[in-house]
Ligand binder design. Structure first.
Ligand code: FPP
Length: 231
């Protein structure tokens, strides 16, 4: 049996389809999706999860229409204006992974402010992956390593390499959840997913509930993880 996963990642998919089913614009789905983060983060923290990483905006999402991109870039402001105090009250720390370059200044400063304000919180770390790509993370790690060591004979280990990734300070990823039943990784946490359990749930992100999270975690704790070995 496993204990509660220390690090969970979620691909919050289906905001657009959910909104369409309600006869509403896609932006409404993103708004409700962002609001849902509050419920899921608080539940995860209460259950003893230490890090919750959410895929908020991928390096591929720039291909969406300008109007939608601009709405998504404004979501951190809407979200933190509404919930920052509650995150503080729940002792939740905010962090970001991804490339800050390329993001609007306003988006970065809103995220930075939330990160700074919550820096001392300890119950759980809520990580927003923004302008994030799994391949660019690995490339960034290699470039950082090369710029530190230059041309050297040093033989890198997997553990050492992990220290150059955006997730260096977080516990090993144990569980990935993707909503909306698309069976894809979509360039998310490619290195970190090596041994993670995966759950694909038949619900759009705005309707994914704290009870769904609880069920998945309880199923996870019943799974036997062998990491390639035997029982
Ligand atoms: C996928 O749904 C969702 C996204 C691309 C954006 C997710 C972002 C949030 C829920 C909020 C981020 C909040 C902060 C604070 C940074 P989709 O649009 O791909 O849905 P579809 O597949 O049905 O079209």
């Amino acid at each position: 049996m496993s204990s509660v996963p220390q690090h969970i990642a979620i691909i919050m998919d289906g905001n657009g389809r959910w909104a369409k089913e309600q006869g509403k614009p896609r932006s409404y789905g993103h708004l409700k999706g962002a609001e849902n983060i509050r419920n899921i983060a608080i539940k995860a923290s209460e259950m003893g999860v230490k890090v919750l990483t959410l895929y908020a905006f991928s390096t591929e999402n720039w291909k969406r229409p300008a109007e939608e991109v601009s709405y998504l870039m404004n979501l951190p402001k809407i979200f933190f204006d509404k919930y920052l105090e509650e995150l503080m009250a729940n002792d939740i720390r905010v962090q970001m992974i991804g490339r800050k370059e390329g993001l609007p200044e306003e988006t970065v400063s809103i995220l930075d402010r939330a990160i700074e304000k919550t820096a001392g919180n300890q119950s759980m770390t809520l990580v927003f992956a923004v302008n994030y790509g799994g391949r660019s993370e690995i490339v960034d790690a290699v470039n950082r390593y090369v710029s530190e060591y230059g041309n050297t004979e040093h033989q890198l280990t997997e553990e050492e390499f992990g220290k150059y990734l955006y997730t260096a300070d977080y516990p090993e990823l144990e569980l990935l959840i993707r909503t909306s039943l698309d069976y894809r990784i979509s360039n998310f946490l490619l290195w970190q997913l090596s041994y993670a359990e995966m759950y694909f749930i038949d619900k759009y992100w705005p309707e994914f509930s704290p009870e769904d999270l609880e069920k998945i975690i309880s199923d996870f704790t019943g799974r036997h993880r062998r990491f390639g070995g035997l029982e």
